[in-house]
Design a protein around this ligand. Structure first.
Ligand code: PEP
Ligand code: MN
Length: 369
C-alpha cells in the first residue's frame, strides 16, 4: 500500500524560484576559512539556495577524517550571515538533531548509511516531532526502495512536511564507472508513488569523480527531477573527505550554466498534438505487449502441466539457450539493444519457471508469495 504523504512544496521553505533547486557546498566543514570562502564563492553563482556542509562524517574506515563536529556551528552561522544561504547539515543521531536545532541550522539531511536503519530513522523522527524543519532523505546504500520510502513515511508521520528525497546512487558489487550506480528506475518509482515529493539527485556521491557530474546532472533534469545536491570546495585537491568528487565553485558555475532545463508540461502547440498522437501509439503498443505476455503465460501453464505429466524438469537448458540465441538474432534485426532484450528475456523466463514450479508442486499456478 502506498501511503499518502502531506508534502510542502519547495517554495514554502526556500526563497526564489530556482529550477533546478540547487544545494551545494563542501563534503565536510574543515575550518572557518574553507567554509566562508567556499560559501561566498557559491553564493556569487546566484543559482544556489542552500549551503551544505557535513559536521559529523560517516566514514568507512576508522582513522579517516570524521568531521569537526559542533566546532563547525559558528563557521556555518557566519556563512549564513554573510551569504544569506540556508544551511544544511547531515544528522545521524537524535543528538545531532538537537545540536542542529539549537544552533539554528535550516535544513537537515539523513545520509545513505542512516536511511538503511529503521531504528535510527525512528529515533530521529521522534526528536523531530513538532518541528517543521526541512529534511532531505538520501536513498539507502543498497537498492531497496521500501527502506527509502519507509524513512520518508516515518518522518512524515512525525509531522515533517518539508521533505525531499535525494538520489545519490546505489552500491554495486560490479565495477562500474560510477562510485554508486544510478539505477534511475528507483527514483522514478519513488516519484510515481509520491508525485508531490521534491526529488533531487546528488551527482557527487553518485559519480565519485568530477568528470561525470555534468552528464548525470543533465540526466536528472531530463527526468524532470526538481534539483541537485552537489559537493563544492574552494580547494578540492586539499579536501579532507571526498576530494575527487568536489567541484570548485567556478567549475560548479560553469557546469550549471551548461545544463538544459526542460519543460515538464508541453506548451499547447502543434508539437504537443504530435506528442499526444505518438503517446497514443505507445499506449496501443503497450496494450499489445500485455496481450502477448498473457498469451505466453497461458501456454507456459499448458507446457508446465505436460512436463509434470511426463516427469520432465522445469528448467530445460537446451531450450532456454535456443530461445536466447534466436530472440537475440531477431532482436538485432529489429534494432533492439542486446543488453535490454537479454534483461527482458531473463525476466520472462524467470516468471515461466516460477509458474511451472508451482504447477509441479500441485498448486495450479501463479499465486505470488
Ligand atoms: C554526504 O552527503 O556527505 C554523504 C556522506 O553522502 P551519502 O550519505 O550519500 O554517502
Ligand atoms: Mn561527501
Amino acid at each position: 500500500m502506498i501511503a499518502r504523504l502531506k508534502i510542502a512544496s519547495l517554495s514554502e521553505w526556500t526563497s526564489g524560484n530556482h529550477r533546478p533547486f540547487v544545494i551545494a557546498g563542501p563534503c565536510s566543514a574543515e575550518n572557518e576559512e574553507q567554509v566562508l570562502t567556499t560559501a561566498k564563492e557559491i553564493a556569487e553563482i546566484g543559482k544556489i539556495s542552500v549551503l551544505r556542509a557535513g559536521l559529523w562524517k560517516p566514514r568507512t574506515n576508522p582513522g579517516s577524517f570524521e568531521g569537526v563536529g559542533a566546532e563547525g556551528f559558528p563557521w556555518l552561522r557566519k556563512a549564513k550571515e554573510q551569504t544569506g544561504l540556508l544551511i544544511a547539515v547531515e544528522v545521524a543521531t537524535p543528538d545531532h538533531v538537537k545540536q542542529c536545532l539549537d544552533n539554528g541550522i535550516d535544513v537537515l539531511w539523513i545520509g545513505a548509511r542512516t536511511t538503511v536503519s529503521p531504528f535510527a530513522v525512528n529515533d530521529i523522527a521522534k526528536v523531530l516531532k513538532g518541528q517543521n524543519i526541512p529534511v532531505l532523505v538520501k536513498n539507502p546504500l543498497h537498492p531497496d526502495i521500501q527502506l527509502w520510502a519507509g524513512a520518508i513515511e516515518r518522518l512524515n508521520k512525525a509531522g515533517i512536511t518539508r521533505l525531499a528525497a535525494v538520489h545519490r546512487g546505489f552500491y554495486s558489487y560490479e565495477k562500474t564507472k560510477y562510485r554508486n550506480v544510478p539505477l534511475w528506475e528507483i527514483p522514478i518509482e519513488l516519484k510515481r508513488r509520491y508525485p508531490t515529493l521534491p526529488l533531487l539527485t546528488d551527482p557527487s556521491h553518485l559519480c565519485g569523480e568530477t568528470e561525470l557530474i555534468s552528464e548525470v546532472s543533465q540526466r536528472a533534469l531530463d527526468m524532470g527531477f526538481d534539483g541537485l545536491m552537489i559537493e563544492s570546495h574552494f580547494r578540492p585537491e586539499s579536501a579532507l573527505s571526498d576530494a575527487r568528487q568536489q567541484l570548485t565553485p567556478s567549475a560548479l558555475a560553469e557546469m550549471l550554466s551548461g545544463l538544459k532545463v526542460r519543460n515538464i508540461e508541453p506548451a499547447p502547440t502543434a508539437e504537443s498534438d504530435m506528442l499526444e498522437s505518438l503517446r497514443a501509439i505507445i499506449d496501443e503498443t503497450d496494450e499489445q505487449i500485455l496481450h502477448a505476455l498473457s498469451r505466453r503465460i497461458e501456454v507456459v501453464k499448458e507446457i508446465g502441466a505436460l512436463k509434470k505429466e511426463r516427469n520432465l524438469t522445469v528448467l530445460q537448458i537446451k531450450r532456454w539457450n535456443n530461445i536466447i540465441s534466436s530472440r537475440l538474432e531477431s532482436g538485432e534485426k529489429l534494432g533492439i539493444e542486446q543488453k535490454f532484450l537479454m534483461k527482458i528475456l531473463a525476466m520472462v523466463h524467470e516468471e515461466s519457471i516460477r509458474i511451472q514450479t508451482e504447477i509441479m508442486k500441485g498448486n495450479g499456478a501463479e499465486k505470488k508469495d
